[in-house]
Design a protein around this ligand. Structure first.
Ligand code: SF4
Length: 347
């Protein structure tokens, strides 16, 4: 009988667990390719590339880095549109912040299941570990994800497989179950040991999860956006902008995005045509975008706040130019006091 090399599709987030999972399966002679989903909320290679603070960190897309390191092909799939409904209406609810992890996993693994069916691959590999995350990686949720995604027993979690029922790949002997792992719980030690064994170093170590939705301050800003739009709608630009700058809402009907440093100024420059924006003229200061409908009184307040973030914060007056479409006006304002800026409600 001709030997047929089995093929697996590994979900690659850019973190260590999925990297290890893919490698464990590769080691068993399986042809592995990676898949990575772009939701717009991903942490990878975006803010790191913008902020100067992180300039020393290598600017890289971690999923690509993992694929390169493993020598596997990576398919990056844009799921921005269908993902909106997952974030707005997760059937299984949110985690600690606005992270719909369980629905997110079901969705991504479901997409992977469609992909393998179309491309003649045999099974799916994820880096999930039983008990690692309080909600989405509990022992009970593992079969739920497998079932609800439609992947069923074509879903292998090599790092926790020994704690779970044998899947198709194990039963068919494509994979030796004895060579898989039985990690569980929140400890990262077994993963770090395995990484050391493979000689993996310099891998990404995301704090909370693979995306910004697990971040409390990001979630606050997204919730604010939804509250003021009156529905859980967003565009890709909205969720990108929530990653950048200081967000203030001085009045319910408008908000300000103030760059915190040069990298953010450059990023926000790209949006200035779409927004009314402010620049300080008499003193150097950051670019500020205004979102919402504003009248003259609102703009005077916004200018006084922007002045507070400029080098003229202690001056009697600061000149601020207001750019709205083709129109530019000049305002002379007294910088708002620090306490009053606090009252301007940081989002
Ligand atoms: S952290 Fe974000 S990307 Fe990761 S499973 Fe949760 S919602 Fe999905």
């Amino acid at each position: 009988m001709q030997h047929h090399k089995r093929k697996a599709l590994a979900l690659i987030s850019g973190g260590l667990d999925s990297m290890l999972a893919a490698q464990v399966v590769r080691e068993q002679g399986i042809h592995v390719e990676g898949i990575n989903f772009f939701t717009g909320f991903c942490v990878e290679g975006h803010t790191h590339a913008i902020r100067k603070r992180d300039a020393r960190k290598p600017k890289r897309n971690n999923a690509l880095w993992v694929a390169e390191r493993l020598g596997i092909k990576l398919h990056i799939i844009d799921i921005v549109e269908p993902y909106k409904d997952i974030v707005a209406n997760p059937k299984h609810g949110y985690g600690a912040n606005l992270n719909p992890c369980l629905d997110c996993k079901i969705f991504m693994i479901g997409k992977a299941a469609e992909w393998i069916a179309e491309h003649g691959f045999d099974f799916i590999v994820t880096g999930e570990v039983v008990g690692q995350r309080p909600k989405s990686q509990r022992k009970e949720t593992m079969p739920l994800v497998a079932r609800a995604s439609g992947a069923r027993d074509r879903l292998l979690r090599p790092l926790s497989a020994r704690n779970l029922p044998a899947t198709l790949a194990e039963r068919e002997g494509w994979i030796d179950r004895e060579a898989l792992y039985g990690f569980s719980g929140r400890s990262r030690k077994p993963q770090m040991q395995l990484a050391a064994r493979y000689g993996f170093s310099d891998y990404a170590q995301p704090a909370g999860g693979c995306c910004f939705l697990t971040d409390a301050s990001y979630a606050t800003k997204l919730q604010d956006l939804w509250d003021h739009r009156g529905s859980k709608r967003y565009e890709l630009d909205d969720i990108m902008l929530l990653k950048v700058g200081r967000h203030l809402r001085p009045r319910p009907h408008f908000k300000m995005i103030v760059a915190r440093e040069e990298g953010e100024v450059r990023f926000l420059e790209g949006y200035r045509k779409q927004f009314t924006h402010l620049r300080t003229v008499s003193h150097s200061g950051p670019l500020t975008l205004i979102e919402g409908e504003t009248d003259d009184d609102d703009l005077a307040l916004a200018a006084a706040i922007a002045a507070r973030f400029s080098q003229g914060r202690d001056a009697d007056t600061v000149e601020v130019s207001v750019h709205s479409g083709e129109r530019t006006t000049s305002l002379h304002v007294r910088p708002l006091g620090a306490e009053q800026v606090q009252l301007a409600w940081y989002v």
